[in-house]
Write a protein of this length. Structure first.
Length: 119
């Protein structure tokens, strides 16, 4: 399944880079309760979120960043990118369909992230 969100107002690449850091996640996303074991390069950690505790990675990609819950059985990942004056969040899991409650919790998670990113 996939979800797409616009971030308003759009962010510059520099602002996006400043906000998309693993240590910022608990302040940025109400669905993330804690972050621990942050690696020296700030590209991996352990997070406690609405679904439990997972390993997370952050990967710089063209025009943005990809977050991945690497120990999640649903392979949840989301990207935040900015290009041509628009900022998007794209989220996906490894299922074509999902339980409605789980799907709603993903929408809430990404909406919380979107709101924090656009603050």
């Amino acid at each position: 399944m996939e979800w797409f969100y616009h971030v308003q107002p759009p962010l510059s690449p520099e602002t996006l880079a400043l906000r998309c850091k693993l240590p910022n996640l608990p302040r940025q996303c109400a669905s993330v309760h804690n972050i621990a074991k942050i690696s020296a390069d700030n590209l991996s950690a352990s997070i406690e979120c609405v679904w439990g505790v997972f390993d997370i990675s952050l990967t710089p990609i063209r025009n943005g960043f990809r977050y991945a819950l690497t120990s999640c059985p649903n392979a949840l990942q989301w990207t935040a990118t900015t290009c041509n004056g628009e900022t998007f969040i794209h989220c996906s899991i490894n299922q074509e369909t999902a339980d409605p409650d789980f799907s709603a919790s993903i929408r809430e998670f990404i909406e919380s992230f979107r709101m924090g990113l656009g603050h």
